[in-house]
Design a protein around this ligand. Structure first.
Ligand code: GLU
Length: 315
């Protein structure tokens, strides 16, 4: 993204999208299965774009924090690959699941190996990898510090009330973890792996921070602001490929079809998107569509990608 004309165009696009989203009445439904998330007002909408040359443009409620939920799985995947490399793929697959994010059926057919790292079972394995024999609180601290490092912002915290609310009602995640333990695919006590999982899902960020945290994925593994290599270019490419194929639960195909960029959503209503070589972006609107993805967030990213010609399939 270079030149003032292009930046002006992007600024205008974000403002137009935020204005249109403010008027929409079809905002989807806020997730209520985690009681603390059910308290969020569905009226919010925020969007932020961090360009590869260091600019951050925002519109709407881009400074309001929300629960990033499953978006955190992008960061735990990055850390788990950093910790055990390609050995991870012996314990987690790389295929879209075509099933809801918390489905247990597939696990039985596939002997306790989750389809991909972004469904709940897969992310619980990532949390188990990150535990690596440490206390849960150390692994949780490592994940939080990684996100703070990516954004250069140590004000980012974990919402303890959301983590507690999820633990209190996370019967299905307990079932997934115990089931995988029975196949030998968790190396720690399920409640410890889940403790890490619930806490990283409860990281609270705003759109601006999240767009900044995703920069390394849009820039070949390097943080463009510091020039620091976070991961190799090959690994960044592969994580982006998984975001494209598996990042929106069983709505991943439709998101690729409509938006055409790698993205990861969370049930808090956020979506992190990356356009390799151009920008990373975050959008937040808490109401979800039938697949559990932000309803207006998906529409907004579709509008933005179309207007800026950002689909990775565009010539
Ligand atoms: N913490 C949530 C759960 O396990 C994450 C769901 C999501 O964002 O996909 O149910």
């Amino acid at each position: 993204m270079t030149g003032t004309a292009a930046v002006g165009e992007l600024e205008q696009a974000l403002d137009d999208i935020a204005c249109e989203m403010a008027t929409r009445t079809d905002r989807g439904n806020v997730a209520t299965y985690i009681p603390q998330l059910g308290r969020i007002n569905a009226g919010a909408f925020g969007i932020a774009v961090a360009t590869h040359d260091g600019q951050v443009l925002t519109a709407g409620d881009a400074e309001l924090t929300f629960s990033i939920q499953s978006i955190s799985k992008v960061f735990t995947l990055t850390l788990a690959l950093g910790s055990i490399g390609d050995q991870l793929w012996r314990r987690v697959g790389r295929e879209p699941s075509g099933n809801p994010f918390n489905s247990i059926i597939q696990l039985e057919h596939e002997n306790g190996i989750p389809r991909n790292p972004f469904i709940n079972a897969g992310a619980i394995v990532l949390a188990d990898v990150l535990l690596g024999g440490h206390e849960p609180r150390e692994a949780i601290g490592e994940i939080l510090r990684f996100v703070q490092f990516l954004t250069d912002d140590d004000t980012i915290t974990i919402d303890a009330a959301v983590a507690a609310s999820e633990r209190a009602t996370g019967f299905r995640n307990f079932a997934l973890a115990n089931y995988m333990k029975s196949f030998g695919n968790l190396h720690h006590a399920p409640e410890h792996s889940l403790g890490v999982y619930f806490h990283h899902c409860a990281i609270a960020m705003n759109c601006r921070q999240l767009a900044l945290a995703g920069r390394f994925l849009a820039n070949g593994g390097t943080n463009p602001a510091t020039g620091f290599s976070v991961i190799s270019a090959e690994r960044a490419r592969r994580i982006a490929a998984l975001m494209l194929t598996c990042g929106h639960y069983d709505g991943s195909g439709d998101f690729a079809f409509r938006v055409g960029i790698p993205g990861k959503s969370g049930v808090g209503g956020g979506i992190l998107g990356v356009v390799p070589g151009i920008a990373s972006m975050a959008v937040w609107s808490p109401g979800l569509n039938e697949n559990g993805n932000s309803k207006l967030g998906s529409i907004a990213l579709e509008m933005l990608a179309k207007r800026m010609n950002w689909s990775i399939f565009a010539p």
